[in-house]
Design a protein around this ligand. Sequence first.
Ligand SMILES: *Cc1c(COP(=O)(O)O)cnc(C)c1O
Length: 219
Amino acid sequence: MIEQNLIKIKKNIPKNVTLVAVSKTKPNSDILEAYNAGQRIFGENKIQEMAEKHNELPKDIQWHMIGHLQSNKVKYMAHFVDLIHGVDRFKTLKEINKQAKKHKRVIKCLLQVKIAKEDTKFGFSFEDVKQLITTKELAELENIEIIGLMGMATFTDDEMQLSEEFSSLKVLFDQLKKEHSKLNVLSMGMSGDYQLAIKNGSNMVRVGSAIFGARNYIA
Ligand SMILES: *Cc1c(COP(=O)(O)O)cnc(C)c1O
Protein backbone atom coordinates (compact mmCIF):
# COMPACT_ATOMS: atom_id res chain seq x y z
CA MET A 1 0.00 0.00 0.00
CA ILE A 2 2.74 2.47 0.92
CA GLU A 3 4.23 2.37 -2.55
CA GLN A 4 0.84 2.87 -4.23
CA ASN A 5 -0.01 5.73 -1.88
CA LEU A 6 3.28 7.43 -2.68
CA ILE A 7 2.80 7.08 -6.41
CA LYS A 8 -0.70 8.51 -6.17
CA ILE A 9 0.39 11.49 -4.11
CA LYS A 10 3.37 12.23 -6.33
CA LYS A 11 1.01 12.32 -9.29
CA ASN A 12 -1.15 14.82 -7.44
CA ILE A 13 1.55 17.32 -6.65
CA PRO A 14 3.45 19.56 -9.07
CA LYS A 15 7.16 18.96 -9.66
CA ASN A 16 8.25 22.06 -7.79
CA VAL A 17 6.62 20.82 -4.59
CA THR A 18 8.80 18.76 -2.24
CA LEU A 19 7.15 15.82 -0.53
CA VAL A 20 8.21 15.10 3.03
CA ALA A 21 7.01 11.63 4.05
CA VAL A 22 6.07 11.91 7.70
CA SER A 23 7.06 8.61 9.29
CA LYS A 24 6.62 9.40 12.98
CA THR A 25 5.60 6.35 15.05
CA LYS A 26 6.04 4.11 11.98
CA PRO A 27 8.51 1.21 11.96
CA ASN A 28 11.68 1.07 9.87
CA SER A 29 10.08 -1.53 7.62
CA ASP A 30 7.47 1.03 6.52
CA ILE A 31 10.14 3.63 5.91
CA LEU A 32 12.16 1.16 3.83
CA GLU A 33 9.12 0.39 1.75
CA ALA A 34 8.81 4.09 0.91
CA TYR A 35 12.58 4.31 0.42
CA ASN A 36 12.53 1.44 -2.04
CA ALA A 37 9.79 3.26 -3.91
CA GLY A 38 12.18 6.18 -4.33
CA GLN A 39 11.33 8.44 -1.39
CA ARG A 40 14.36 10.03 0.28
CA ILE A 41 12.96 12.80 2.49
CA PHE A 42 11.34 11.74 5.75
CA GLY A 43 9.89 13.82 8.58
CA GLU A 44 9.77 13.00 12.27
CA ASN A 45 8.45 14.97 15.22
CA LYS A 46 10.55 13.51 18.05
CA ILE A 47 14.29 14.06 18.02
CA GLN A 48 15.24 10.79 19.71
CA GLU A 49 13.01 8.69 17.49
CA MET A 50 14.51 10.39 14.44
CA ALA A 51 18.06 9.83 15.70
CA GLU A 52 17.42 6.11 16.19
CA LYS A 53 15.94 5.77 12.74
CA HIS A 54 18.83 7.72 11.26
CA ASN A 55 21.23 5.22 12.84
CA GLU A 56 19.42 2.20 11.54
CA LEU A 57 18.39 3.26 8.04
CA PRO A 58 20.21 4.09 4.78
CA LYS A 59 22.46 7.11 5.08
CA ASP A 60 21.18 8.90 2.00
CA ILE A 61 17.87 9.60 3.70
CA GLN A 62 17.33 13.31 4.39
CA TRP A 63 15.76 13.74 7.80
CA HIS A 64 13.47 16.66 8.51
CA MET A 65 12.50 17.58 12.05
CA ILE A 66 8.91 18.78 11.86
CA GLY A 67 7.91 18.74 15.53
CA HIS A 68 8.13 21.23 18.32
CA LEU A 69 11.71 21.48 19.55
CA GLN A 70 13.15 21.13 22.99
CA SER A 71 16.43 22.98 23.05
CA ASN A 72 18.16 20.40 25.23
CA LYS A 73 17.65 17.69 22.61
CA VAL A 74 18.99 19.56 19.59
CA LYS A 75 22.42 17.99 20.19
CA TYR A 76 21.09 14.54 19.30
CA MET A 77 20.34 15.54 15.71
CA ALA A 78 22.83 18.30 14.97
CA HIS A 79 25.22 15.97 13.13
CA PHE A 80 22.71 14.76 10.57
CA VAL A 81 19.43 16.68 10.40
CA ASP A 82 18.78 18.12 6.93
CA LEU A 83 16.05 20.67 7.68
CA ILE A 84 14.34 21.82 10.87
CA HIS A 85 10.79 23.03 10.22
CA GLY A 86 9.43 23.97 13.59
CA VAL A 87 11.62 26.69 15.04
CA ASP A 88 9.52 29.15 16.99
CA ARG A 89 11.89 30.80 19.43
CA PHE A 90 15.11 32.74 19.02
CA LYS A 91 16.53 30.77 21.93
CA THR A 92 16.14 27.56 19.92
CA LEU A 93 17.94 29.09 16.95
CA LYS A 94 20.84 29.97 19.21
CA GLU A 95 21.02 26.39 20.45
CA ILE A 96 20.84 24.97 16.91
CA ASN A 97 23.62 27.34 15.90
CA LYS A 98 25.77 26.25 18.83
CA GLN A 99 25.32 22.55 18.13
CA ALA A 100 25.79 22.98 14.36
CA LYS A 101 29.07 24.76 15.01
CA LYS A 102 30.40 21.76 16.96
CA HIS A 103 29.92 19.66 13.83
CA LYS A 104 31.15 22.40 11.48
CA ARG A 105 27.79 22.41 9.77
CA VAL A 106 25.29 25.00 8.65
CA ILE A 107 21.82 23.73 9.54
CA LYS A 108 18.88 24.85 7.44
CA CYS A 109 15.83 26.01 9.37
CA LEU A 110 12.30 27.22 8.72
CA LEU A 111 10.61 29.66 11.04
CA GLN A 112 7.26 28.33 12.21
CA VAL A 113 4.59 30.99 11.94
CA LYS A 114 1.28 30.83 13.72
CA ILE A 115 -1.48 30.88 11.12
CA ALA A 116 -4.18 28.82 12.87
CA LYS A 117 -6.97 30.58 14.69
CA GLU A 118 -6.88 27.97 17.46
CA ASP A 119 -4.40 28.88 20.15
CA THR A 120 -2.90 25.45 20.65
CA LYS A 121 -0.43 25.78 17.79
CA PHE A 122 3.13 26.94 18.26
CA GLY A 123 4.75 29.63 16.19
CA PHE A 124 5.98 33.17 15.81
CA SER A 125 3.47 35.91 15.13
CA PHE A 126 3.72 37.64 11.72
CA GLU A 127 5.13 40.72 13.41
CA ASP A 128 7.76 38.74 15.28
CA VAL A 129 8.98 37.07 12.09
CA LYS A 130 9.23 40.35 10.20
CA GLN A 131 11.19 41.82 13.06
CA LEU A 132 13.42 38.82 13.76
CA ILE A 133 14.49 38.32 10.18
CA THR A 134 16.17 41.72 10.03
CA THR A 135 18.01 41.56 13.34
CA LYS A 136 21.74 41.59 13.76
CA GLU A 137 21.42 38.84 16.38
CA LEU A 138 20.04 36.49 13.75
CA ALA A 139 22.66 37.45 11.16
CA GLU A 140 25.34 36.63 13.70
CA LEU A 141 24.27 32.99 13.90
CA GLU A 142 26.60 31.74 11.20
CA ASN A 143 25.85 28.05 11.54
CA ILE A 144 22.17 28.26 10.74
CA GLU A 145 20.46 29.37 7.59
CA ILE A 146 16.83 30.40 7.50
CA ILE A 147 15.54 29.14 4.17
CA GLY A 148 11.81 29.59 4.60
CA LEU A 149 8.65 29.47 6.66
CA MET A 150 6.41 26.73 8.00
CA GLY A 151 2.77 26.89 9.01
CA MET A 152 0.07 24.61 10.34
CA ALA A 153 -3.54 25.46 9.63
CA THR A 154 -6.44 25.00 12.00
CA PHE A 155 -7.73 21.43 12.32
CA THR A 156 -10.95 21.95 10.35
CA ASP A 157 -12.77 20.89 7.18
CA ASP A 158 -13.68 24.48 6.40
CA GLU A 159 -11.85 25.04 3.11
CA MET A 160 -12.45 28.78 3.17
CA GLN A 161 -10.75 29.07 6.50
CA LEU A 162 -7.88 26.80 5.47
CA SER A 163 -7.32 28.81 2.29
CA GLU A 164 -7.30 32.05 4.23
CA GLU A 165 -4.76 30.74 6.69
CA PHE A 166 -2.47 29.30 4.01
CA SER A 167 -2.65 32.35 1.78
CA SER A 168 -1.92 34.69 4.69
CA LEU A 169 1.41 32.91 5.12
CA LYS A 170 2.10 33.01 1.38
CA VAL A 171 1.63 36.79 1.45
CA LEU A 172 4.10 37.11 4.31
CA PHE A 173 6.53 34.76 2.55
CA ASP A 174 6.43 36.81 -0.67
CA GLN A 175 6.91 40.03 1.26
CA LEU A 176 9.95 38.74 3.12
CA LYS A 177 11.39 37.08 0.06
CA LYS A 178 11.78 40.44 -1.67
CA GLU A 179 14.48 41.38 0.80
CA HIS A 180 15.77 37.96 1.79
CA SER A 181 16.61 36.01 -1.31
CA LYS A 182 17.52 32.91 0.66
CA LEU A 183 13.90 32.29 1.56
CA ASN A 184 12.77 29.58 -0.82
CA VAL A 185 10.75 27.07 1.12
CA LEU A 186 7.15 27.44 2.20
CA SER A 187 6.20 24.33 4.17
CA MET A 188 2.42 24.01 4.47
CA GLY A 189 -0.02 21.16 4.05
CA MET A 190 -0.57 17.70 5.54
CA SER A 191 -2.56 14.63 4.48
CA GLY A 192 -5.94 16.32 4.76
CA ASP A 193 -5.12 19.67 3.24
CA TYR A 194 -2.01 19.47 1.08
CA GLN A 195 -3.81 20.14 -2.18
CA LEU A 196 -5.38 23.27 -0.76
CA ALA A 197 -2.02 24.31 0.66
CA ILE A 198 -0.36 23.92 -2.75
CA LYS A 199 -3.11 25.97 -4.39
CA ASN A 200 -2.28 28.65 -1.88
CA GLY A 201 1.45 28.69 -2.56
CA SER A 202 3.02 25.85 -0.60
CA ASN A 203 6.11 24.25 -2.13
CA MET A 204 6.78 21.67 0.59
CA VAL A 205 4.12 19.36 1.99
CA ARG A 206 4.38 17.11 5.04
CA VAL A 207 2.28 14.04 4.43
CA GLY A 208 2.04 11.17 6.90
CA SER A 209 -1.16 9.18 7.20
CA ALA A 210 -2.02 9.44 3.49
CA ILE A 211 1.21 7.50 2.82
CA PHE A 212 1.65 5.23 5.83
CA GLY A 213 -1.93 4.87 7.04
CA ALA A 214 -3.42 6.11 10.28
CA ARG A 215 -1.25 6.35 13.35
CA ASN A 216 -2.63 4.59 16.39
CA TYR A 217 -2.31 7.56 18.71
CA ILE A 218 -3.20 11.23 18.54
CA ALA A 219 -0.08 13.06 17.46
C1 LIG B 1 2.18 14.54 11.99
C2 LIG B 1 2.49 15.79 11.28
C3 LIG B 1 2.22 15.92 9.90
C4 LIG B 1 1.60 14.85 9.06
O1 LIG B 1 0.28 14.64 9.42
P1 LIG B 1 -0.71 13.74 8.53
O2 LIG B 1 -2.05 14.31 8.81
O3 LIG B 1 -0.56 12.35 9.02
O4 LIG B 1 -0.30 13.90 7.12
C5 LIG B 1 2.59 17.11 9.29
N1 LIG B 1 3.17 18.12 9.98
C6 LIG B 1 3.42 18.04 11.30
C7 LIG B 1 4.06 19.19 11.98
C8 LIG B 1 3.09 16.87 11.99
O5 LIG B 1 3.35 16.81 13.31
